[in-house]
Design a protein around this ligand. Structure first.
Ligand code: TPP
Length: 519
């Protein structure tokens, strides 16, 4: 086998069987090797921001890494914005980047760049492979690094000659992932003492504390201690809906966040950071918590969140019997299907009324979707994926990756027209892969959030030029035709009844569809 095959077989042995790719000449041998390894699924993205965002969505749902395959420095640089979001999501990803052949690199040809320098800020593990016989071992180390808690980005740069040279027959080695450490006993004891104190306490969690076993344990703790469970606004994955412990998402807007935290004098953090406004505002404090709120880090990022919660549960039940009582869960309740003209609460109510069981909601609905979480809290159980790094243009790529990782589950991708324009090429991948993704575009023809920020920053009223930077009509984007041009059937709706009808039909159909909501 050659180095390319050595690399891909090693990744496969490490459990990495999905590639999101946009290759070039320096990656041709890797692409050729994919042909010889049919167990690997390779998904093409027509822009690298789709590739990295899809790898993020895949990791959030599959709880294991996919690999990206991108072309040299420029291809990788195109993917950086969504890689930024992925690094904030703390998910495992392996980037495989082609490099010029070793003897060609010093010739400084047009596509030459310092790939390591571009990759370093977002790579917890970074290496340029040196030999075809070694590249498999490099890949195994990359898998181990990516899978190290809480989930990391590992980048392997592969010179073309490393890929094309003979590697002999190399046996794949197992990836040795370091065990995730549990927090120190003192951190657990302190959390237990805080929860027993009777003082109003919130528990802000992230990672796998927000779904599955972690959420179940957290629900029992919250019930026993009368504590409130919270998820960060930039949420990676939150399991929610009827029958699950209720978790509120921290607000985006500073004032709303301050209001939300006003009642808490204690905050316990599980892998999360204390909530801070995204941006500074002149004369305002950025913290959401009250100055006298005691903040305790139960588990730092990279520690075992579920183990930490279990230890707290044990500490709380000592010396009595295990925690008793019914866990407080969200009641099954859906809004009435509304009718009439489009309003934002009306749109949220339609989604709340129709969201299918076991759906995956990808949320980049921006100002149009602020009511979505409230309207869906009693809907059948579903997962909610947010934008973790604030770099817009994540929704459609994330939906691609989530759908690839979760066959049989409906993905509802909520996006806004401004955000959607960054990475709409993802629609083409949805069509090519026949992914069950329903994309809803809230077309307000504005960068509405920036208009609001303008007023918050106290710069007065925007003039014509400033408004010109925030208004994205003239010409109006035609999402139905944009989608059609990429093989995705779409429809435009102008009333709540039309929206409900279109959403029903989309949820019942196979493959991707798009709804443009004219606001
Ligand atoms: C990559 C990137 N570029 C620019 C921004 C700045 N930005 C934040 S919100 C926004 C506009 C969002 O508009 P849209 O998605 O239509 O949502 P709306 O505010 O209208 O609800 C921009 C340009 C950003 N966050 N990320």
């Amino acid at each position: 086998m050659n180095g390319a095959e050595n690399l891909i077989r090693a990744l496969l042995a490490g459990g990495v069987d999905t590639f999101f790719a946009n290759p070039g000449t320096s990656e041709i041998h890797l692409v050729a090797a994919l042909d010889r390894i049919p167990e690997v699924r390779c998904v093409l993205g027509l822009f690298e921001g789709v590739v990295t965002g899809a790898a993020d969505g895949y990791a959030r749902m599959a709880e294991k890494p996919a690999s990206t395959l991108v072309h040299l420095g420029p291809g990788f640089a195109n993917g950086l914005a969504n890689l930024h979001n992925a690094s904030r999501a703390q998910v495992p990803i392996i980037n495989v980047i082609g490099q010029h052949a070793t003897h060609h690199l010093p010739l400084d040809t047009p596509l030459t760049s310092d790939i390591e320098a571009i990759a370093r800020p977002y790579s917890k593990w970074l290496r340029t492979s040196r030999a075809s016989t070694q590249v498999g071992r490099d890949a195994v180390e990359a898998v181990a690094a990516a899978c190290t808690a809480p989930g990391q980005i590992a980048t392997l740069i592969v010179p073309a000659d490393v890929a094309w040279s003979d590697a002999g027959s190399v046996a794949a080695l197992p990836a040795i992932v370091p065990k995730t450490p549990v927090p120190a006993a003192a951190a657990v004891e302190q959390a237990g003492a805080m929860l027993r104190s009777g003082i109003r306490t919130a528990i802000l969690m992230t990672g796998n504390a927000l779904y599955g076993k972690g959420l179940a344990v957290a629900g029992r703790i919250a019930q026993a201690a009368g504590a409130k469970l919270l998820a960060p606004y930039p949420v990676t994955r939150l399991e929610r809906g009827a029958g699950l412990p209720p978790v509120d998402r921290v607000a985006y807007v500073l004032e709303q966040g301050v209001e939300q935290f006003k009642e808490f004098r204690q905050l316990i953090l599980v892998g999360a950071r204390a909530p801070i406004a995204y941006f500074a505002y002149p004369g305002k404090d950025s913290a959401f918590t009250a100055p006298d709120c005691k903040i305790h880090m139960l588990a730092t990022p990279g520690e075992d969140y579920v183990g930490a919660l279990e230890a707290v549960e044990t500490a709380l039940s000592r010396p009595q019997t295990p925690l008793a009582g019914e866990v407080v869960v969200e009641k099954a309740a859906r809004p009435q299907l509304p009718d009439g003209n489009i309003t934002l609460p009306g749109l949220a109510a339609v989604v709340g009324a129709l969201l299918p069981e076991n759906a995956i909601v990808v949320d980049e609905s921006m100002t149009s979707g602020r009511g979505m979480m409230a309207a869906t809290k009693g809907a059948p159980p579903h997962d909610w994926l947010g934008n973790t790094g604030g770099s817009i243009g994540i929704a459609m790529p994330l939906a691609v990756g989530a759908a690839v990782a979760s066959p049989g589950r409906r993905v509802l991708c909520l996006t806004a027209d401004g955000s959607g324009m960054y990475t709409l090429q993802a629609l083409w991948t949805m069509a090519r892969e026949s992914l069950d993704v329903t994309t809803v575009v809230f077309a307000n023809r504005d960068y509405a959030v920036l208009k609001r920020e303008f007023s918050y920053l106290g710069v007065g009223n925007p003039g014509t030029r400033a408004l010109g930077m925030f208004e994205i009509g003239r010409p109006n984007l035609d999402w139905v035709h944009l989608a059609k041009g990429m093989g995705v059937p779409g429809t435009r709706v102008t009333s709540l009844a039309e929206f409900a009808k279109a959403l029903r039909e989309c949820f019942a159909s196979k493959g991707p569809t798009l709804i443009e909501v004219a606001l």
